[in-house]
Design a protein around this ligand. Sequence first.
Ligand SMILES: *[C@@H]1O[C@H](CO)[C@@H](O)[C@H](O)[C@H]1NC(C)=O
Ligand SMILES: *[C@@H]1O[C@H](CO)[C@@H](O)[C@H](O)[C@H]1NC(C)=O
Ligand SMILES: *[C@@H]1O[C@H](CO)[C@@H](O)[C@H](O)[C@H]1NC(C)=O
Ligand SMILES: *[C@@H]1O[C@H](CO)[C@@H](O)[C@H](O)[C@H]1NC(C)=O
Ligand SMILES: *[C@@H]1O[C@H](CO)[C@@H](O)[C@H](O)[C@H]1NC(C)=O
Ligand SMILES: *[C@@H]1O[C@H](CO)[C@@H](O)[C@H](O)[C@H]1NC(C)=O
Ligand SMILES: [Cu+2]
Length: 608
Amino acid sequence: MRSTFLRSFGCLLFAGFGTAAPSPIPVEDVTADLFPRVNVDPRGELVRRAPTCNTPTNRACWTNGFNINTDYETNFPATGVVRNYDFEITEVDNWLNPKEGGIKEKAMLINGGFPGPTIVADWGDTIRVTVTNKLRTNGTSIHWHGIHMRNNNVNDGANGITECPIPPNSSKVYTFRAEQYGSSWYHSHFSSQYGNGVVGSIQINGPHSLPFEEDLGVFPITDWYYRSADHIQHDLIPPGTFPPPSDNVLFNGSHVNAGGGGEYARVKLKPGKRHLLRIINTSVDNTFQVSLVGHQFTVVAADFVPVNAFTAQSLFLAVGQRYDVTIDASQQVGNYWFNVTFSASGACGTSRMAKPAAIFQYEGAPTTLPTNPGTAPPDHLCEDNALLVPVVTRTVPPTEFSASPTNNLPVTLETKVWEGVQRVYWEVKGQDMNITWDEPTLEYLAKGNMNFPQRYNVFEVPQSNVWSFWVIENIGPVPHPMHLHGHDFLILGRSPALANPFVIQPRRFNPATDTASLDFTNPTRRDVTMLPGNGWLVVAFRSDNPGAWLFHCHIAWHVAQGLSVQFLERVQDIPQTVPLDAIEPNCQRWTEYYATSPHKQFDSGLRR
Ligand SMILES: *[C@@H]1O[C@H](CO)[C@@H](O)[C@H](O)[C@H]1NC(C)=O
Ligand SMILES: *[C@@H]1O[C@H](CO)[C@@H](O)[C@H](O)[C@H]1NC(C)=O
Ligand SMILES: *[C@@H]1O[C@H](CO)[C@@H](O)[C@H](O)[C@H]1NC(C)=O
Ligand SMILES: *[C@@H]1O[C@H](CO)[C@@H](O)[C@H](O)[C@H]1NC(C)=O
Ligand SMILES: *[C@@H]1O[C@H](CO)[C@@H](O)[C@H](O)[C@H]1NC(C)=O
Ligand SMILES: *[C@@H]1O[C@H](CO)[C@@H](O)[C@H](O)[C@H]1NC(C)=O
Ligand SMILES: [Cu+2]
């Protein structure tokens, strides 16, 4: 027992480094020296970008009046620039690529590749993506993970909530502002479809809390399954079945398979320079720890939230989480392993590939394999870093918090019979989410109908501009990465990590004893966090964005099995901010198509 405690404590210390005080980062405003920039967009057009003061020695600066200390929730640049993208989603049987070393029974690809095209924009630009569904039978909808979509709920891409799915042979245009900056991803929200490959990265250029010389761009990491996501989901129906280990892990779309086929992703480092790397966890199920042999990571942003820089030997990433890190290429010129390791309990995902890896190669080094295997980092016990200090601060008056039956959300695993078969469901407050694709929440509102079925799991947040508090309790050992749409939540607290969540009784939130442990002064703020196994989590968000916003587990299998609620925020203000009629034409097309579809909905209809 004692050694277990020591391990947890070591892990917390290691994860912490929370010494940085929340004070503004000094910015040298050199607005007289703004330098103009242009680049070419994916359609081949010249894009005139806003002039910037962001240079290798002054990354905190961005442009006239905007820098790292600006609160992007109330203020972002008006660049007038539109970034246009065209996505065509197709279905491929027995797809080989990753990279030439893996056969996936069924792939669904954007523009024929995996990952899909990286969306690149500057802070304040408008992003416009035309999505065309060329799948054989599936609908689709694309969610732009972490983008706040302020007063723009209708572009959130959550089918059954904010839109009907896009039917085959149909298109839809998504338009939204890059209100925030940093690194993220997009993915299909149609059942488990993103596990078939309908995902890609988002890079929004903006200021950073630390100077660096080279931007390496996005580095998505994902668990990879050779079977189709649809088959895996079907196999999970009977009680007592567990999600399979992933077959492998892809780094930036590349892996080496068990037989040695394929290739390692290689990231090139310039000797003596400081690099920015945007690590994105686009997994379906696996939570990883990442480390780079011989090097440290300095974290400068978590999800879309810039944080005071701190250094760590390794990082834990839950599904959907992102870290912008800097890496100093200060070691000997050579090749170094970038490793993924899994938590020993198996509670947050495992892979058949014991030691998935990529290679970081210094310029001037031969293209060979690294020789130093390194040492595995300490086990993070499925717990994400809760001691990040956001640069732009938020403080909640502690007196506004209270725990009550109204804001309590217990998560349970249940078995029930549906269509004559015993099945597993995840319930929140006694209800698994089950939406109907052609009756999204926003369509109910368009018709002035507030009688949502109970299975829609609607929780109203009626008041404007107040803190909305939620206490989530996990009545079971499996940790869940919880994701909120439309907001970043403040992580006020959670029960401590356990070396083995399988051996204890659930710890419920006890207001009398646990309230004192909550942190109301600039706590970690992000859009995904772990709900501990047999433990609790307390989050808060501000009701400043009218809409129907999902709050769900980001494990694809779990959200498909119902682990989701929707917050209906300021319903009275939705018609003024969201053009509800806009969803009608696509809903009509979907309803016509679905009547002829050979496949029917067999899960919650969501997933991520
Ligand atoms: C989606 O497509 C997959 C693969 O073709 C299929 O197995 C599944 O049943 C489809 N689901 C729906 C709801 O169309
Ligand atoms: C989509 O269009 C293609 C080409 O015209 C056609 O072969 C296919 O059957 C259509 N799919 C559906 C679901 O209508
Ligand atoms: C990831 O792959 C893309 C496409 O091959 C490449 O342009 C990009 O530089 C890679 N990212 C990193 C961090 O190496
Ligand atoms: C991504 O998230 C999943 C699920 O939380 C986790 O199992 C996996 O280890 C994470 N991957 C990385 C690289 O952190
Ligand atoms: C990193 O990955 C390589 C290649 O799979 C492996 O040989 C090495 O042992 C791994 N190191 C750690 C610390 O996991
Ligand atoms: C989901 O809701 C639909 C519509 O009411 C219903 O027909 C179906 O049985 C429900 N599915 C489950 C798994 O309860
Ligand atoms: Cu889950």
